[in-house]
Design a protein around this ligand. Structure first.
Ligand code: ZN
Length: 102
């Protein structure tokens, strides 16, 4: 797994820079709809409970708090703050969004 070496805000987006050269800015909404918490995904069936249509396009991010050295807790401005986003997931999303990565 790659190490997160940079984290900054760019307007509403959150920009991630990884040790392996992957760099991408993600919108809060893109993160919110993949939130892995128990409110958004059934722990029993793994089924996604959150309907993406209910998430506004202009959803904002209030804060990101490190959880140990493996994840970040994301606080969205819709009041949702129970999502723990593992670095693996953030890296995967960054890589998918990084057009310059080979
Ligand atoms: Zn959630």
């Amino acid at each position: 797994m790659s190490t997160l070496v940079g984290l900054r805000r760019d307007g509403a987006a959150i920009c991630f820079t990884w040790q392996d050269g992957v760099e991408a800015c993600l919108m809060p909404r893109a993160l919110r709809v993949v939130c892995p918490c128990a409110h958004c995904v059934s722990e029993v069936t793994g089924r996604r409970l959150l309907d993406p249509a209910t998430v506004p396009d202009d959803l904002g991010l209030v804060d990101m708090q490190p959880v140990g050295n493996y994840a970040y807790r994301l606080l969205f401005d819709d009041g949702h703050d129970s999502g723990i986003f593992r670095l693996e997931l953030l890296h995967e999303m960054s890589r998918a969004a990084d057009g310059s990565a080979s």
